[in-house]
Ligand binder design. Structure first.
Ligand SMILES: N[C@@H](CCC(=O)N[C@@H](CS)C(=O)NCC(=O)O)C(=O)O
Length: 231
């Protein structure tokens, strides 16, 4: 079997981790194209209409954007839509929306919510992303006060909870929705599980991940999905 397509991504982007997890779960051969964060707006195949990552380009050069629609498309074309199929579509749609709304907003507070964690994160991001020589250094040192001072602080303040508490509450709420099963999807993960897994996994390259590892049922679920991936 040939390559299913190309995934244009930023290594540290949580939305990209969602699609990566699905590709690995389905064991689909694909290319990963890591874009330069400073040049993404110009170099993405979807530009100038869509300048965000991830962007998926299939083997026939068709372009797909936006992580959840990309996941649904890949599942439909390569997996007969089995991960999105559900006998309770209302529950599925409600929770997919919940995951995209709440988990997406919780990654910045935990990674950049204190000055020290912001410094650790930007240093790590500058190593993981494909920056140019100058922008790598600039981002590592100028990025953290911006991420912490402007973006993360207002989000943490608005929510009122410590970032770790926020994640523990989200994982409680999400795993409670399983109705005693191992996954949201029941006996096996579905697309909602894989979307949530992507957000959680996007924190895994950072030391702050240990704050999530304290969450027992959340980690049991996370490790069980991880075990399904063909990396
Ligand atoms: N709804 C989009 C959000 C994607 C997104 O915001 N990606 C960020 C990187 S984590 C980005 O490319 N931002 C650049 C921009 O907003 O111009 C998705 O789920 O794919």
């Amino acid at each position: 079997m040939g390559s299913a397509g190309n995934l244009h991504l930023l290594y540290t982007c949580p939305f990209c981790w969602k699609v990566r997890g699905l590709l690995e779960h389905l064991d689909l051969e694909h290319e990963r194209i890591q874009v330069n964060p400073m040049k993404a707006k110009k170099t993405l195949p979807s530009a100038p209409e869509w300048t965000k990552v991830p962007v998926w380009v299939d083997s026939e050069e068709n372009i797909f954007v936006d992580s959840t629609p990309i996941m649904k498309h890949i599942d439909e074309v390569h997996n007969d839509g089995k991960l999105w199929a559900s006998d309770d579509e209302e529950r599925r749609d409600k929770w997919m929306e919940w995951v995209d709304l709440h988990m997406s907003k919780a990654t910045i507070p935990i990674l950049y919510g204190s000055l020290f964690s912001a410094l650790k994160t930007t240093t790590r991001v500058s190593k993981l992303e494909k920056f140019g020589f100058i922008s790598k250094r600039l981002y590592a040192w100028a990025g953290f006060p911006i991420m912490w001072g402007i973006i993360a602080r207002s989000r943490v303040k608005k929510d009122g909870r410590k970032p770790k508490q926020l994640w523990h509450d989200l994982l409680d709420e999400f795993t409670d929705s399983f109705n005693g099963k191992q996954f949201f999807g029941g006996e096996a993960p579905d697309l909602v599980d894989l979307a949530a897994f992507g957000y959680v996994r996007s924190i895994s390259p950072y030391p702050q991940f240990s704050q999530l590892e304290d969450h027992k049922s959340g980690m049991e679920w996370y490790r069980a999905i991880e075990a399904t991936l063909k990396v």
